[in-house]
Design a protein around this ligand. Sequence first.
Ligand SMILES: Nc1ncnc2c1ncn2[C@@H]1O[C@H](COP(=O)(O)OP(=O)(O)O)[C@@H](O)[C@H]1O
Ligand SMILES: [Mg+2]
Length: 241
Amino acid sequence: MTPEISLSAGALSKSYVVQNIRTQALSDVSLTLHPGELSLISGPSGCGKSTLLSLMSGLSRPDQGWVHALGVDLGRLDDAKRDAFRLAHCGFVFQGFNLFPALNALEQVQIVLDYQGVPHSQAQRGAARALEMVGLGHRRHLRPAELSGGEKQRVAIARAIVKRPRLLFADEPTSALDSTNGAAVTDLLREIAHRSSAIVVCVSHDPRLIARADRVLEMEDGRLRHDRRGRSGLSFKEISP
Ligand SMILES: Nc1ncnc2c1ncn2[C@@H]1O[C@H](COP(=O)(O)OP(=O)(O)O)[C@@H](O)[C@H]1O
Ligand SMILES: [Mg+2]
């Protein structure tokens, strides 16, 4: 796998200090994620999943270690260049859908392209295409209040993929959803990875999603414990503590 298309991290460590108490959130984590796969980072609450996601997406900096995204060493970029990298290559989906109450589904997605200066009609077509991809083409004129939780999250996913990012990060995207919608959203993330050859990373504490991912990285106490193929169920690597 060439570095230009993968997302790798080496020996990542990160701690937080609050009122003189240091919490080691991540200890010596190394991994490489591949395009065309949904990688699920699983593990109990507080084990360091969100910290890992934020380091790998360049939202924060590690205390030690490195991240290479699409061949770029994020540690070598200043804040402005890292912001530009994220804008160009990364999409994000979070637990809360973060939709604008006054905008309909099409506008929620289109606004991303408008902001980038894409001409109006082209932005509208791009947004409509992204909504089709998440199965919401027929619901494009509805506002958040008129959509179910699962539909709202699909709008948020459409918004995250409308720029066709090569890296898609989802932090607990299903935790506000019931199990049926949670499974559907996870399946959609996997389908996006397969269809667009994006690197899709989903963080979740919900063990029910494990069977739906291509690869499962299990964390515990800030460390990676297991790395295995999820859908085949075959373990290909056990990481010793
Ligand atoms: N901004 C922060 N300030 C202080 N402690 C934090 C911060 N973010 C996370 N932590 C701590 O780091 C550890 C890992 O947190 P996190 O990465 O959010 O885990 P997870 O996403 O698996 O629930 C936890 O003990 C958490 O309390
Ligand atoms: Mg978290």
